[in-house]
Write a new protein. Structure first.
Length: 178
């Protein structure tokens, strides 16, 4: 009987973590012109701890793993395609500038040098209409979803959960209509 309250507490904590994660990452997806366009935002990730880590000169990386998936009844969902976006910021204390770089699937996609913290926050956490996946392999009138998993390094205490290795994630459903 003494173990039951402990299990109930663990279940409630896991449920609360799931609810928090769903609110942290906002995802939308849209199929248009032969591509699946993915938009997402990691809300409230630019915490005081992350800001302090950046201003210490420590390279800070936000990693996003994006998967295009299809529900399969009575079987694990099928991953059709995946992409990884890594955004790294390094602050130079001498020039007081932030150097940002974004890689898509291991290739440098863009880079920026800025003094503005608002630019850094936007580069690290907001992505709009990225053409990540082709629609050629999708079946018409079928439901798919895009899952985005986000991880920060160095890890922020907000994202630490022993069972998910610092990940937060969210999904966005869409029906492919050619």
């Amino acid at each position: 009987m003494r173990g039951r309250p402990l299990w109930c507490s663990a279940f409630i904590a896991a449920l609360a973590a799931t609810v928090v994660a769903a609110d942290v990452v906002r995802v939308t997806s849209l199929a248009r012109d032969g591509k699946v366009l993915v938009s997402f935002e990691l809300a409230d990730a630019f915490t005081a701890e992350v800001r302090e880590a950046i201003h210490s000169g420590l390279p800070t990386t936000f990693t996003y793993d994006i998967e295009l998936r299809r529900n399969v009844p009575f079987w694990p969902d099928r991953t059709l395609a995946s992409a990884q976006i890594m955004v790294t910021v390094t602050f130079d204390n001498l020039t007081r500038r932030h150097q940002l770089s974004r890689t898509l699937n291991g290739h440098v996609d863009a880079s920026l040098v800025t003094e503005g913290e608002a630019d850094v926050r936007r580069w690290l956490t907001v992505f709009e209409r990225l053409p990540l996946f082709e629609t050629s392999a999708l079946e018409p009138n079928t439901e798919y979803y895009v899952r985005v998993r986000a991880q920060t390094q160095p890890r922020d205490s907000v994202f630490f959960w022993p069972w998910d290795r610092g990940l937060v994630s969210a999904n966005s459903n869409f029906t492919f209509i050619p």
